[in-house]
Design a protein around this ligand. Structure first.
Ligand code: AKG
Ligand code: FE2
Length: 302
């Protein structure tokens, strides 16, 4: 799908889907376009809860001194520590489902004569509330998977989420996106002329692959643009935001098991992240010493 531009060249358009869209369809869009907007991603209660939990912390946060983070932009991290609403955000079926489908590709390794099939886990790598205040200029365009020094083109390592907490308009700093730029090689630089703003109402969310060029837009209005971002990464990479240190164990213990595992209390097959050769999820209920005495799990590498 394309729209015309002033100079006549065709520019890819951001595709919007409803929250009940077929997962296959959304994955196909993300594969091809690199980005998609899910309308009504979060309901009014979730949004109100997030605003209540994150708003005061964001207000207290200082501005950055970096041109990248934005001198008129406030950022608040460690969101799983700050809001119980985060579980429903990260497990939203189109977000988590797409991340699993795009990232968890089965692969294999040889253990002697055994060809062992393995599927990597995925994990929360980054959480941040972002408030772009009036006067903030455009953010430099970038790929978020640059954190992992990821190379392109090739299989993805990240699916990112930007949930609009206020309406996103082209005037108030809607994220600027270059659809299909995840297919570009690493020598091609991005330009603002190629971007389109992710215009969407509060409650909608932009999903994009880590290899898609994007950046925060300029806020030329007199009210803030407010949002929340999450990254799901392959489980065999280091987390961008250290969730083990960012989210206290007591908080992790209150979360559903799927979310605990997404926060990294999990073993990425065949054996990354183990403790006493065991699944680290066991540590939420046991001491490391208790793990030593337990029977070894079925780990084919041992
Ligand atoms: O705030 C936005 O719209 C984008 C922010 C972003 O891409 C980043 O900080 O990495
Ligand atoms: Fe980014």
């Amino acid at each position: 799908m394309t729209v015309g531009t002033e100079n006549g060249a065709a520019k890819p358009e951001l595709i919007h889907v409803r929250p009940d869209a077929d997962l296959d369809h959304v994955v196909e869009i993300l594969d091809r376009e690199g980005a998609v907007v899910v309308e009504d991603f979060a309901d009014a209660t979730t949004l109100a809860g997030l605003r209540e939990d994150l708003g005061p912390g964001l207000e207290e946060s200082g501005y950055s001194e970096s041109g990248y983070d934005g001198v008129k932009t406030k950022r608040l991290s460690g969101l799983f520590k700050r809001s119980t609403q985060m579980s429903s955000v990260v497990t939203q079926p189109l977000y988590l489902g797409s991340a699993r489908r795009l990232l968890q590709k089965p692969t294999h390794c040889w253990i002697g004569k055994v060809r062992m099939e393995v599927t990597p886990s995925i994990q929360v790598s980054f959480t941040q509330a972002i408030r772009i205040d009036p006067g903030q200029g455009r953010q430099p365009l970038h790929r978020d998977d640059a954190m992992h020094l990821w190379r392109h083109p090739g299989p993805p390592c990240r699916l990112q989420l930007m949930l609009a907490m206020t309406d996103f308009t082209s005037a108030n700093g809607a994220t600027l996106v270059i659809p299909r730029s995840h297919h570009w090689d690493d020598e091609r630089p991005p330009t603002y002329a190629e971007t389109i703003p992710a215009v969407m109402p509060a409650g909608s969310a932009l999903l994009w692959q880590g290899g898609v060029y994007h950046g925060g837009g300029a806020n030329t209005t007199d009210s803030p643009r407010y949002s929340l971002s999450v990254a799901l990464d392959l489980g065999n990479l280091r987390q961008e935001e250290n969730q083990y240190l960012a989210v206290p164990r007591e908080t992790v213990q209150t979360l559903p098991e799927e979310v605990q595992r997404l926060l990294g209390w999990d073993r990425c097959p065949p054996g990354l992240g183990q403790v006493e050769t065991q699944d680290p999820h066991l540590l939420l209920e046991r001491t490391p010493q208790e793990l030593v005495g337990m029977p070894r799990g079925a780990n084919p590498l041992m």
